[in-house]
Design a protein around this ligand. Structure first.
Ligand SMILES: [Zn+2]
Length: 310
């Protein structure tokens, strides 16, 4: 496989996703699709080098901001942005045509869904996480084992991991993971090696993972992973929820009796005193200042009013 015909999909453009994108954005791949439903916030600027103060001020989608930043440095790669959260209803559209998928979301439910979808299509899949100074990554090429083999007996957590990731940790992890991926592409080494590392001081430990014969994904091919509960508590006081299909923001704004449209109606920002709801036209909701139950009530209200009907 030549790099200049290689089509990569990167899901998650947070601290780790940005660092991986910075490295892989330079090597003249054919295309890189960036998928993330989040918008850039001021806090992100500390450890997510692709974003600017303007991106935060204008509430740009991370995928759009990352695409612009990467395009300004490399005109050979075709960068594609998709601003939504990935769930089981969307994943096949996201990974179609990909030669490799990277999951940098660090969300177990999402990871299991991506793992299932990549298994179905036999697309090589790299999953990566970073917590503080410690990280891990693994390239699954479907000959041996998968993410579900490792995690099938663990209970998915609802919340995202909120440990602080410094700019230094993210940059070092991004380089290690990108180097691992490039070595895999060039020499096909490193497949199904579960690599854990520490950033400060640098240490790397790799162990081959074996297939669990009872694995629902890579052994039984019974793909079972779903976003059972779409509400995800984010770091800080945010909650996200996705209905995984586009919504009519005009209809929604009438139902809510307000809200500011942004960027040619790609999103609606609704404010209720100190609380805000950011709704993208792709059907993702980002609640700030809401308790989880309040967010659930908000969504059920919209469903029962018909405002979310197609
Ligand atoms: Zn498996």
């Amino acid at each position: 496989m030549h790099l200049n015909t290689f089509n990569l999909v990167v899901i998650g453009a947070g601290a780790l996703g940005c660092a991986i994108l910075e490295n892989l954005g330079k090597i003249d791949l054919s295309s890189i699709k960036i998928v993330d439903g989040d918008i850039v916030s001021k806090d992100n600027l500390k450890n997510q080098a692709l974003y600017s103060e303007d991106d935060a001020r204008f509430l740009r989608y991370k995928s759009d901001a990352a695409k612009s930043a990467l395009e300004s440095k490399n005109s050979k790669t075709n960068f594609i942005s998709e601003h939504f959260y990935v769930g089981e209803l969307r994943i096949d559209g996201v990974i179609g045509g990909a030669d490799m998928v990277i999951d940098a979301t660090d969300n177990i439910r999402t990871r299991l869904i991506i793992n299932d979808a990549c298994s179905r299509r036999k697309i090589p899949f790299l999953f990566a996480s970073l917590r503080g100074n410690n990280g891990l990554f693994c390239i699954v090429d479907w000959k041996y084992a998968c993410f579900n083999c490792i995690y099938r007996n663990s209970k998915p957590k609802d919340a995202e991991d909120c440990s602080r990731i410094s700019a230094h940790s993210a940059a070092t992890a991004g380089k290690l993971i990108s180097d691992g991926l490039i070595a895999f592409l060039e020499r096909k080494t490193g497949q199904n090696l579960f690599t854990s590392f520490s950033v400060d001081p640098i240490s790397i430990f790799a162990v081959r993972i074996n297939q669990d014969e009872r694995c629902e994904t890579c052994s039984a091919h019974a793909y079972r992973h779903r976003l059972e509960n779409g509400f995800i508590q984010m770091c800080g006081n945010g909650i996200k929820f996705s209905i995984q299909r586009p919504v009519d923001l005009g209809k929604l704004s009438q139902e809510l009796k307000g809200g500011d449209f942004k960027d040619g109606r790609s999103a609606l920002l609704y404010k209720d005193e100190e609380k805000t709801v950011f709704v993208s036209n792709m059907g993702d909701f980002l609640f700030t200042g809401y308790e989880k139950d309040e967010a659930k009530d908000f969504i059920s209200g919209l469903f029962s009013s018909g405002a979310l009907d197609v």
